[in-house]
Design a protein around this ligand. Sequence first.
Ligand SMILES: Nc1ncnc2c1ncn2[C@@H]1O[C@H](COP(=O)(O)OP(=O)(O)OP(=O)(O)O)[C@@H](O)[C@H]1O
Length: 261
Amino acid sequence: MATPAATTQSVIRAVDVGVYYGANQVIESVNLDIAENEITAIIGPSGAGKSTLLRCINRMNDLIDSFRMEGKIWFNEFDLYAPGSDPTQIRYQIGMVFQRPNPFPKSIYDNVAFGPRINGYSGNLNDIVEESLHSAALWDEVKDRLKESALALSGGQQQRLCIARAMAVSPSVILMDEPCSALDPIATLAIEQLMQELKKRYSIIIVTHNMQQAGRVSDKTAFLMPDENRVAHLIEFDETARMFTNPSDERTEAYITGRFG
Ligand SMILES: Nc1ncnc2c1ncn2[C@@H]1O[C@H](COP(=O)(O)OP(=O)(O)OP(=O)(O)O)[C@@H](O)[C@H]1O
């Protein structure tokens, strides 16, 4: 399997990760190094374990009773599954943006202030709200309506609000699970442009079904595919430009040229 040269430091390192739901194994032996300040896309056909793998990285799967993971995932020097590690704290450092925008039924301001308040943030909340909304390229659109309900925003604005909410607790990594699938092309473009800004400060991992999107936004791409027993394997992990022009595995080529999936 092709693996990209380690040009930058890894922020996330998956080592021999296998995942089971009850007795069913769905992912086998995935090894992945996620570089700092890059965008890594995870692609693959439906059921290839993309979301499962993404959710392992901030321990979201812990909420599923039948879930079991083997192997290790390192976050810098920190073993994410070490006994005693706190999933809630992990989720602040490794934030997540979901497929459907999911703002809380609160004001725009309170959505962004939510995490810092829970964390007992002692600085100026107004500053952190403004800064996060600026970073999510939303400030100019909402600065005069911060007390209005977040649910009154458009889908694209709601998704940028969710990004602002994730950023307000100063994460290092942002996980995005098909963040544009519920958005129109203009809102999608706004998120893609935003991602290019965000990667200067964060490491981003995005699951996408959209091959063009993976090609446009990501530095590296990981291709997952299930075998005949529906157990997913990492087939190829490489620089996006190389994988999309000269994949080293014929299954990757078949997938990205649309011959299956
Ligand atoms: N909570 C769960 N309980 C049991 N099995 C699950 C659960 N979640 C996912 N699976 C199974 O794990 C496998 C991988 O699912 P996952 O959603 O991670 O794939 P995916 O590549 O993200 O799919 P899609 O592109 O359709 O969203 C599938 O066979 C799915 O049925």
